[in-house]
Ligand binder design. Structure first.
Ligand code: UDP
Length: 327
């Protein structure tokens, strides 16, 4: 069975490609390398292309017989999405429709979509279940929810079967240190903490200390990238076995505050660094914790990595990469 992984040269996509190949699937990475790295596309064939490029998609679907498409190539910066919504609606929505159309034209009807906890907006309760209110509060979250809804309509009208995985905070790295998290610019807490630990930044800022949480800082549910990858493999099997269009939260079910994350990072790295308390970052909900019971039941998915594993693997990767430029 062959899987086309759009965005397979990015952080989560590359981990999924590595696991797909280990499980015996054929892989075609399709990536425009705007945010992905050519050196991350080590597993399977590589085609440089954009999901908005109809002709290029036609060519890749003609050259390879693809059974399932996975889609990881979205813009993901919440703050940027507020300032430049067009960029988000164009890539995350319009270009995704172009990809779906190319799939239909070539008779491919199985699709796995990277969605996000941001579709819930400010959650009404925690842990969040899949049926809870979805009211995204920024263009990034809205763009993901739009595609989720489009996929429902494609399912009813065209028999197009899809899975939408709503990731909570993806983190950690390949234990073999071949790939890891490296966004430009970096805005995510764990890589920033490790940058501070390694001395590449002078401090870490805590965005808000007056939330109604146990220590005043935001609580997030961090999930190892290989636990996400494992869910994707199960998702492929589910669709190949005839499973219906569905959606799943993917998180660990445990929450950690920013202060707890700082403490754990200092303990694991054995490095001290300065911590600066600053104002809240606009749009941050106090709690984001997943209930992932549905994925556990329907996909027989089991969490294999703890928060310690997340930070240890991320730290190992960070040290391996220190000072190297990824291309
Ligand atoms: N955060 C922080 N300082 C930073 C980056 C992030 O205090 O330099 C906080 C952020 O406000 C959030 C949590 O850490 O509560 C995780 O943020 P991240 O950007 O990693 O992921 P998000 O939850 O926004 O998807």
């Amino acid at each position: 069975m062959a899987i086309l992984v759009a965005g397979g040269a990015g952080y989560i996509g590359s981990h999924v490609c590595k696991m797909l190949l280990q499980k015996g699937f054929d892989v075609v990475v399709y990536d425009n390398l705007v945010h992905g790295y050519r050196c991350f596309a080590q597993w399977g064939d590589f085609v440089q292309g954009d999901i908005g490029d109809q002709a290029q998609l036609d060519s890749v679907f003609s050259n390879f017989k693809i059974d399932v498409v996975m889609h990881f190539c979205a813009f993901i910066e919440v703050a940027e999405s507020v300032i430049e919504p067009e960029k988000y609606y164009k890539n995350n929505v319009q270009n995704t429709i172009t990809l779906l159309e190319a799939m239909r034209k070539h008779g491919i009807n199985k699709f796995i979509f990277s969605s996000t906890a941001a579709v819930y907006g400010m959650p009404e309760r925690t842990p969040i279940e899949e049926e809870d209110r979805k009211l995204p509060i920024n263009p990034y979250g809205k763009s993901k929810l739009m595609i989720e809804e489009i996929l429902d309509d494609y399912s009813s009208a065209y028999g197009f079967r899809s899975i939408r995985f709503r990731y909570f905070n993806a983190a950690g790295a390949d234990p073999e240190r071949e790939i890891g998290e490296a966004h430009v610019p970096e805005t995510h807490l764990i890589p920033l903490l490790l940058d501070a630990a390694i001395g590449r930044r002078k401090d870490i800022k805590v965005f808000g200390t007056d939330y109604e949480t146990q220590d005043g800082t935001c609580v997030r549910d961090y999930i190892h990238v290989n636990d996400l990858a494992d869910a994707h493999i199960r998702g492929v099997d589910y669709l190949l076995d005839g499973g219906n269009t569905n959606y799943f939260n993917l998180g660990s079910g445990s929450g950690f505050t920013v202060r707890e994350m700082i403490q754990t990072a200092k303990k694991i790295t054995t490095k001290d660094f300065a911590v600066v308390e600053t104002d809240r970052r606009p749009g941050d909900p106090p709690y984001l914790i997943a209930c992932s019971d549905k994925a556990q039941k329907k996909l027989d998915w089991k969490l294999q990595h703890s928060l310690e594993d997340i930070i240890i693997t991320a730290w190992n990767w960070h040290q391996t990469m220190a000072g190297r430029k990824l291309v």
